[in-house]
Design a protein. Structure first.
Length: 405
């Protein structure tokens, strides 16, 4: 066991780059991400994405992708069933609203715990296999959960209608306080309350900032997992699990633990969906939702800290912005061109917007996989290396060499 641990530590040392350097770099990374997230209502205005619903999706699905990356990015175990935990988190949050009250904190805590227990049960069975067999098992469990939510578990999930909060619910702790519209609250403040600045151009929404803080906490925990000995062991499992098994290391407790943690992240994201909109439906457990988080992670950069967040922002931006374009809006945009040029151009571009936004996403995903296998993060890294090499070469060219004395 000690020999294996020493081997893992020696292999992991170049990744960390030294304790002091890593701590400084991680702190700078976290501060930069925190500033970018908390200032979203300001810098997203030019991109047409600075409205609360879309910003909430950015941070919620960013949390989902960060948790999925802990499993897939660190261990290489590809789960196609993580949407089951997302749905369980949403259902648990809504049931917490129905039974206890509209407070957001109990709903989030309960959802994370229940999703963790559900992940423990599924992971205990699925992790008996690896590779494609593990992926198929998780997909099967997710589809079973999706089907049960529509059939046998209808008394719990309310079937196709979806689960929602009703005025007739017991709500033990705040039934007398909420007599109008039932909206989740935090310390008595309405989660939908919004402060508008600059004539409404900037909207500071409480629900967004609650989700943003939860996402930043989740990201910091993921950051610490990446740098911990536990995270190094997960990277060793991804590198060569058979070698660890041959040296006497039982890898299953590590994989089961990270599977449960990843499921809890998904449950947290599901609770955030319910906190911002107190509804839960079985469609959140469908296989397409699991595939979406896989795309987010690969598009941004699997195994990196920043990649899943970028992937979530990219996909949700495409889904909400490109899908909003129609053929009519394209015709208005190209109205300054002659009809002989505008009509063919609109006919072609209309295939990639509106209902065809998936085609745009598919083309983008294909290009990134071909030219940037490491995702968007790899592209950023290449740009940084190119910029630094250009600056160093210019410094070398401008330097004067003095003759030897």
């Amino acid at each position: 066991m000690s020999a294996a641990a020493t081997q893992v530590q020696s292999k992991a040392q170049p990744i960390s780059g030294g304790a002091k350097g890593t701590a400084a770099g991680d702190t700078a990374l976290f501060i930069g991400i925190a500033a970018a997230v908390l200032l979203m209502p300001f810098w997203l205005v030019p991109f047409g994405a600075a409205y609360p619903d879309l910003m909430q999706k950015f941070v919620i699905f960013g949390t989902f992708a960060v948790g999925f990356n802990l499993l897939f990015g660190l261990t290489g175990y590809l789960s196609f069933g993580h949407a089951a935990f997302l749905g369980v988190g949403s259902y648990t949050a809504v049931w917490t609203f129905k039974l206890l009250g509209m407070g957001a904190v109990p709903a989030v805590i309960t959802s994370v715990l229940v999703a963790g227990l559900f992940a423990l049960a599924i992971g205990f069975v699925s992790l008996r296999r690896s590779g494609i067999y593990f992926s198929i098992l998780t997909l099967a469990f997710a589809q079973m959960s999706y089907s049960l939510a529509y059939s046998v578990l209808t008394p719990i999930t309310n079937g196709e209608t979806g689960l929602y909060v009703s005025p007739d619910d017991p709500r033990l702790f705040d039934s007398a306080d909420h007599t109008g519209e039932l909206i989740p609250t935090l310390l008595g403040f309405d989660m939908r309350s919004t402060m508008k600045l600059f004539d409404g151009a900037v909207q500071l929404n409480l629900g967004f900032y609650v989700c943003a803080v939860l996402m930043l906490v989740a990201f910091y925990i993921a950051l610490r997992i990446f740098r911990s000995p536990f995270g190094m062991m997960l990277k060793a499992i991804k590198s060569n699990q058979n070698r660890l098994n041959f040296t006497g290391v039982n890898t299953r407790p590590y994989t089961l633990t990270v599977f449960v943690i990843s499921g809890m992240y998904a449950g947290l994201a599901g609770s955030m969906l319910a906190v911002t909109d107190p509804l839960a439906g079985a469609e959140r457990m469908q296989w397409t939702a699991s595939g979406e988080v896989v795309l987010m992670t690969i598009l941004g950069g699997a195994g990196s800290l920043l990649g899943p967040l970028l992937g979530a922002v990219f996909i949700k931006y495409f889904e909400n912005i490109f899908s909003a374009f129609s053929k009519t809006s394209l015709q208005e945009g190209f109205s300054f061109l002659p009809d002989t040029i505008a009509d063919p151009l609109v006919s072609i571009l209309s295939l990639f917007v509106g209902e065809g936004w998936h085609l745009t996403l598919g083309v983008l995903f294909m290009l990134i996989i071909i030219f940037l296998p490491g995702g968007v993060v790899e592209g950023i890294r290449r740009i940084g290396e190119w910029t630094s090499s250009r600056s160093s070469s210019s410094d070398t060219d401008g330097a004067t060499v003095e003759p030897a004395k």
